[in-house]
Design a protein around this ligand. Structure first.
Ligand SMILES: [Zn+2]
Length: 136
């Protein structure tokens, strides 16, 4: 069970930004962000602060219950980016409005979460056109 206080804590801690792709919640006000289990419940992930993150609906949908993915460069199975343990800027960088993976973890996460799907790039382009900085 996840109570409202725990949800509120996760949302506050994330500062209203998806902890995977850094999309600001304000950019898509109609679509609610999800408080998600970093390690899914079906893998035994507990409902505690250290296993919860704020994710946009795009990241949440593509991540599903996955905890690992293939690095498209090496073909190696690697863990997904873990917002509580990993620093975003160690694993990702912006190339214009695209997110690029700097590490095997970053590349695997960008690919599995479809972070550069055209619809998502379009959302970022619109944000930039409105003068909003891309978070991160
Ligand atoms: Zn996201």
């Amino acid at each position: 069970m996840m109570d409202n206080a725990l949800r509120a804590l996760v949302r506050r801690r994330a500062g209203g930004v998806c902890e995977y792709c850094r999309l600001p919640q304000a950019a898509v006000p109609i679509v609610g962000f999800h408080v998600e289990h970093i390690v899914a419940r079906q893998h035994g992930g507990p409902t505690v602060e250290s296993n919860l993150a704020l994710a946009c609906s795009f990241c949440n949908f593509h991540k599903g219950p996955n905890i690992a993915a293939l690095d498209p460069e090496s073909g190696q199975l690697v863990p997904l980016f873990h917002p509580r343990r990993d620093n975003w800027t160690d694993h990702f960088a912006w190339e214009g409005t695209a997110v690029v993976g700097l590490t095997a973890i970053g590349r695997a996460t960008v690919q599995l979460l479809a972070m550069n799907h055209w619809e998502r790039v379009e959302v970022r382009e619109n944000l930039q056109a409105e003068g909003e900085p891309l978070a991160g």
